[in-house]
Design a protein around this ligand. Structure first.
Ligand code: ARG
Ligand code: ZN
Length: 870
């Protein structure tokens, strides 16, 4: 079955724009069904040519069109473009359009939801507001005037500074905004509604006062303090680490309930999913507090990396996203535990990015071909993109990296540039040759680094042989050797690090792999060392080395790199799980015993390094384990993981109980110490329930009754998933009663239900979807039920009768006509059929084909489905 695809755009086809726009004046007359937009642009021809002015426009009604105030007759218009034939070289174009914000369920362009107007223009949403050169290399200054009913929409917001306002006799009012900075259309924003406002201010390093304004739903003011505090931290951090100061006198953040993604960095007016703004102890978990700080930081950091210097075209998305994710990761690491943060980053790569590489959607961090740009806001562009930036940071050092960043802004401030421009600045500022390194931008796939070693007792000569290769991906058959910063160290049998100044790689603790094969030799050793490899995950690769379990235990105890200690613990668990999955009838008792010895040692870390202890005591996720095998045997792998956890739970039950009881925490505060304690306590609770410890059920009810915060309440529910269904259901009912009015908490409740391992899960899902609070119009709700089920309910989604796949496909077809962007995101697990058994592959492809048959399929889904079926 093949699907005919709409034409893809290619990176290599880039052309400079035929016209440039220097200034835009927009007037909005807001109305839920008939919003009028009058856009007056100052346009000049770019170069000498006689091509027409071709503007993008979608789902809008053209009302009138003038050029230098004369009506235009010589134009053509279709579903996507407006083409105007003119010989003028410099002119004023006035376009009047009409749009229907209420009907716009795609949440792209201007839409009306929950009583407020809101825009989302990245990547190509501005064309749903007016006809425009909707591409990031057209930079203009904007003046925006908004008219709306004053009682219903007291706050009228757009980018930049407010420069005027007034009142009309008919109950309407207006506000005029001016953004002094040039910007591409994707950074335009407008918000109108009735909000509560939390105000604050920040004094920049040069002494300027910046007004900070946070707009939230009525009544939610108390939940805004953490976001504002996070914003101030981010502003101070960017000054300190990168010397970057905020550039306007006001910074606004609006939280909305209907939003396709996390947040959006519109100049001076960020729009956020309320999930990444609102928090208080009762309703938000420690993870929520963490994520809010990270996303607030991310969008703030975009002001320089994204807004002041933007992308020339959308193929360059990683220029701003990879760099900004790297910056937010560094920020988060500085605000809390570096090792815990690094582990989180790596888990995303191993669970999701490696899976993307293995699927039909594989693409380089700078894609070559795109049908629907919204499909490329991916873990590859974002998170692998951040790893590529991090590797430059490693190769250049923090000082070199900073010099490169400084030069980047010196050269490109106010411009729309490419990934190559960025790398060139890094290279020119430091004189480090990055020409080979650039292959990371064009080559897709997960490189494999294979390490073997030999030791010659007589001479004491130890040799490491390191080879790299990247398997072909769906988009690219031929692969070359990459420039990989590969950090490592050698441990002797006492656990000390072996130094040898005559071996430069050993001294640097890093070898720069540039060829298919490298060798490193050290002489004069009295015994064979243990290599600790890929310290701190210095490159986004898979490493293979035939570790003995004794060696893994040795690294867990002795590596100088905390990340690698954790990584060795994960390798040890993985080995146990895969061994049990392949030979369930003859378990490797010796391996399991040595694992249990290692685990029982980890408890000793709980006081001195609780963040590391908690991470080490957790076993790899099913998704991570799946990326370690060529073929996923669903039930075997799932049950093996479960059994290993049970083994840890039952063999060490006294330790879990002691660990649980030791975590004494006062009333809720979000700080590193308490977060670690809660994490250890809830982890222990979950093992106690899994091991069916006699105290488990009492502990669950006691903690549920006494919890003064969402982390501990949710900790109970998550642990209870491993216990008797009746108890879980009972707790869930109480939870729903208490929280049914809070949409963000209800999302957690929906997700817990959707993730539940139970044989009747497919009968229960429809009940969730008919819950009065569920709506396909709301992306958070869709993600919490359908997203959680498809991504994480392993046994339910992969049910061997195909019912899980069918269920997802049914809803993707429904969502297709409501919100294509969200539909295309949650279809991801179905597109990753490549590693499953033949039966499942066939069932998954059958559902993909069913979706492909839909006559009115969106571009978003056509692109993903057709790639996955080829
Ligand atoms: N630029 C936004 C961010 O940094 C995300 C925009 C996503 N847009 C989209 N069409 N998916 O996080
Ligand atoms: Zn971003």
């Amino acid at each position: 079955m093949t699907v005919s695809s709409p034409v893809a755009k290619k990176r290599s086809d880039y052309q400079t724009p035929d016209f440039l726009i220097s200034h835009v004046d927009m007037v909005f007359h807001l109305d839920v069904e008939n919003t009028r937009v009058i856009t007056t642009s100052q346009i000049t021809r770019n170069g000498q040519h006689d091509r027409p002015l071709v503007l993008d426009g979608e789902s809008i009604k053209l009302i009138s069109l003038t050029l230098n105030e004369d009506p235009i007759h010589d134009y053509t218009v279709n579903d996507e473009q407006l083409s105007i034939q003119t010989s003028a070289n410099t002119f004023t174009l006035c376009v009047e359009t009409e749009i229907n914000p209420r009907e716009n369920k795609t949440l792209e362009g201007l839409y009306f939801s929950a009583g407020a107007y809101c825009t989302q223009c990245e990547a190509e949403g501005f064309r749903k507001i007016t006809y425009f050169l909707d591409r990031p290399d057209v930079l203009a200054k904007y003046d925006v005037t908004i008219f709306a009913d004053k009682a219903r929409y007291p706050h009228l917001l757009s980018n930049g500074n407010q420069i005027g306002k007034g009142q009309l006799d008919d109950g309407r009012h207006w506000v005029k905004w001016q953004d002094p900075f040039n910007k591409p259309s994707y950074l335009f924003a407008l918000v109108a509604g009735d909000f509560d406002l939390l105000s604050d201010h920040f004094i920049t390093q040069s002494g300027r006062n910046v007004v900070l304004e946070l707009y939230v739903d009525k009544g939610a003011l108390d939940k805004g303090h953490h976001a504002i505090a996070s914003l101030k931290k981010a502003m101070a951090w960017d000054e300190k680490v990168f010397g970057l100061e905020y550039d306007l006198d006001i910074y606004m953040v609006v939280a909305v309930d209907f939003f396709n993604m996390g947040a959006m960095e519109n100049k001076g007016l960020n729009v956020f999913n309320s999930k990444f703004v609102l928090a208080d102890a009762q309703s938000a978990t420690d993870d929520d507090f963490f994520n809010i700080e990270a996303v607030i930081g991310h969008e703030y950091f975009h002001n320089w990396t994204g807004n002041r210097v933007t992308c020339r075209d959308w193929f360059q998305l990683s220029l701003k996203e990879g760099l900004t994710v790297f910056r937010d990761q560094q920020f988060s690491a500085d605000m809390s535990s570096p090792v815990f943060n690094r582990i989180k980053n790596v888990q995303i790569i191993r669970e999701h990015q490696f899976a993307e590489d293995a699927s039909a959607m594989a693409h380089p961090i700078r894609p070559e071909e795109v049908i629907e740009m919204n499909n490329f806001y991916t873990v590859t562009v974002y998170d692998k993109g951040a790893e590529v930036i991090r590797m430059m940071h490693t190769l250049l050092g923090a000082d070199g990296f900073r010099k490169g960043i400084d030069l980047y802004f010196e050269r490109f401030d106010g411009q729309a540039v490419t990934c190559d421009d960025f790398v060139q600045a890094m290279q020119d500022a430091t004189h480090v040759d990055l020409s080979h390194f650039r292959l990371w931008y064009s080559q897709s796939g997960t490189p494999k680094v294979t390490v073997t070693d030999t030791f010659e007792q007589s001479s004491g000569r130890y040799t490491l042989t390191i080879t790299q290769s990247t398997p072909p991906t769906a988009d690219q058959a031929q692969k070359g050797a990459l420039h990989i910063p590969f950090k490592f160290e050698l441990l002797d049998q006492q656990g000390a690090i072996i130094y040898d100044d005559s071996v430069p790689e050993l001294k640097a603790k890093m070898v720069e792999l540039t060829q298919a094969k490298h060798e490193i030799s050290v002489s004069g050793l009295s015994e064979k060392p243990t290599p600790s490899l890929l310290l701190n995950f210095s490159a986004p690769v898979k490493v293979e080395y035939p570790y003995s379990h004794q060696q893994l235990s040795h690294i867990i105890l002795h590596s100088s790199d905390e990340f690698s200690r954790w990584d060795a613990s994960q390798s040890l668990y993985s080995r146990c799980i895969h061994s049990l999955a392949t030979t369930p009838d003859s378990p490797d008792e010796e391996l399991f015993d040595s694992m249990l010895v290692a685990v029982s040692g980890m408890f000793d870390l709980a006081d001195s390094n609780p963040a590391l202890a908690a991470a080490m005591l957790s076993v790899p996720s099913f998704e991570t384990l799946s990326q370690q095998v060529d073929e996923i045997h669903v039930e075997a792998l799932y049950h093996a993981q479960r059994s290993i956890r049970n083994l840890m739970a039952t063999s060490l039950s006294e330790k879990w109980l002691a660990l649980y009881n030791k975590q004494i925490i006062g009333s809720y505060q979000y700080n590193a110490d308490d977060v670690d304690k809660r994490r250890l306590r809830n982890l222990s609770l979950s093992y106690l329930v899994q091991g069916d410890a006699p105290q488990a059920s009492k502990l669950l009810s006691a903690q549920f009754a006494s919890a003064d915060n969402m982390t501990d309440s949710l900790g109970v529910l998550k642990a209870a998933q491993y216990g008797p269904v009746a108890q879980f259901d009972n707790l869930m009912v109480q939870f729903e009663e208490r929280w049914r009015r809070d949409p963000l908490v209800l999302d957690k409740w929906f997700a817990l239900h959707a993730n539940m391992e139970r044989s009747d899960i497919l009968a229960r899902l429809p009940l969730l979807l008919s819950h009065e609070k569920f709506s396909l119009d709301n992306p958070n709700r869709v993600r919490s039920v359908l997203g959680s089920f498809a991504f994480y309910n392993v046994l339910g989604f992969h049910a061997i009768d195909g019912s899980g796949y069918r269920f997802l496909a049914d809803y993707i077809l429904k969502l297709n006509s409501v919100n294509p962007q969200v539909a295309a995101r949650i279809i991801t697990p179905l597109t990753q059929w490549q590693k499953f058994d033949d039966t499942r592959q066939e069932l998954m492809r059958y559902q993909l084909a069913r979706i492909a048959d839909c006559k009115t399929l969106s571009k978003d889904l056509i692109e993903k489905v057709s790639k996955s079926l080829n």
